[in-house]
Design a protein around this ligand. Structure first.
Ligand code: ADP
Length: 216
């Protein structure tokens, strides 16, 4: 079975790849000769094949096949995408806010997950849509119940740092069956400051960029 390729190669590029596989190391001049084309005509194709990782070029040696399959190259690219490239701005509420205010914030800011912070702006909780729906079912006074009563709280919050890999965040989202992670940085003591938000939507965007060869 043909492996998944990171980019779609045209007929001529496939041909070049085959020539290098069979004859490498081989110079651009020699490849051009085999195809009865000029070196200049081949230059863009060789550049694409080299940039995509299929071929490598050494001065005075020529082009050689890296031996990496499309799947390997794709995996290598995925393993380089970090949280900071795709994170969104976090939406936070204070732990003293009412459930009613949190619901309003969720609608106004158009997000599915809110992060809860204390007086010192440290992360203390997470509120999902279902947390707020659940609290709204009973005959409770939504204007007076603070979100701290219903939120998922530390130390049970799954979070990440901006240097983390998107693929590791994706694994955490699946494993914990949640929609979003707060992106944090270490604050005073053992506290964390919220600096971003990473959601299933951000990860979907990374996949689309990867497919379009437009990684940030
Ligand atoms: P929803 O409840 O709207 O389907 P989630 O699947 O994200 O949204 O949330 C499920 C539960 O997990 C909720 O109770 C929520 O508080 C909690 N939760 C959401 N995100 C996190 C997180 N990053 N860390 C820990 N718990 C979380």
């Amino acid at each position: 079975m043909e492996a998944v390729r990171t980019i779609e190669l045209n007929k001529r590029q496939e041909l070049i790849l085959q020539i290098v596989k069979d004859n490498g190391p081989i110079t651009g001049e020699q490849i051009a000769e085999k195809l009865s084309l000029t070196r200049a005509t081949l230059r863009p194709d060789l550049a694409i094949l080299t940039m995509a990782g299929y071929l490598d070029a050494r001065p005075r040696v020529g082009y050689f096949y890296t031996g990496k399959s499309g799947t390997q190259l794709l995996a290598e690219r995925i393993m380089k995408i970090t949280v900071q490239q795709y994170q969104s701005i976090p939406v936070v509420v204070k732990d003293s806010s009412s459930v009613y205010d949190a619901i309003c914030t969720m609608f106004l800011e158009d997000v599915g997950t809110l992060f809860v912070v204390d007086q010192a702006s440290a992360l203390v909780g997470v509120l999902s849509r279902k947390d707020l729906l659940r609290a709204s079912i009973g005959k409770q006074m939504l204007e007076t119940i603070p979100v701290s009563i219903i939120m998922t709280r530390m130390p049970n919050i799954t979070f990440c740092f901006k240097e983390d890999l998107i693929i590791d965040v994706a694994k955490k989202l699946i494993e914990k069956q949640i929609d979003a992670l707060p992106v944090v940085k270490s604050g005073e003591g053992l506290k964390y400051e919220v600096v971003g938000r990473i959601t299933k939507t951000n990860i979907t965007k990374a996949i689309v960029d990867l497919a379009n060869d437009e990684l940030l």
